[in-house]
Write a protein that binds this ligand. Structure first.
Ligand SMILES: [Fe+2]
Length: 145
């Protein structure tokens, strides 16, 4: 099930909203790659890892920009917000390391469970994070970058 953008996710900071939209697209892309290959996942690990890496790279640069915007606006809960970003970054790294392990690589069944869990986790994390932590900073932002 593809995650669609909705106005409830808007921070009204155009740069941040366009980055969040791209994060939705990158998660949907992982799901599309998974769906297209779900009957022979073990032969498609490269394209699957590439899709996860693309999300990981973009997420890291997005977090840095979001943290700069919060810092620039002296957001009082900046430290707690950065902690949430760091926890997510650690989790993505863990998942990517797990994906690179041999036992997972060669098993269609294990890869299937892994990707179902991964996609569900990513979708839940991103939507919950935007609706809670990102909405919390929204009233404090007067300047963007
Ligand atoms: Fe955030």
């Amino acid at each position: 099930m593809i995650t669609n953008w909705d106005s409830k996710y808007e921070t009204n900071i155009s740069e941040i909203d366009s980055q969040h939209k791209k994060l939705f697209r990158l998660i949907n892309n992982i799901e599309e790659v998974y769906d297209e290959n779900k009957h022979h996942l073990s032969g498609k690990t490269k394209i699957l890892i590439d899709a996860v890496s693309e999300l990981e790279d973009y997420t890291l640069s997005h977090f840095l920009i979001e943290e700069r915007v919060m810092e620039l606006n002296q957001y009082p809960d900046l430290e707690a917000h950065i902690l949430q970003h760091n926890k997510f970054t650690d989790k993505i790294l863990d998942l990517k390391n797990r994906l690179n392990q041999g036992d997972l690589h060669s098993s269609d069944g294990l890869l299937d469970v892994f990707f179902k869990d991964l996609i569900e986790f990513l979708r839940a994390w991103l939507t919950n994070h935007i609706l809670k932590e990102d909405m919390d900073y929204k009233p404090f932002i007067k300047f963007s970058i």
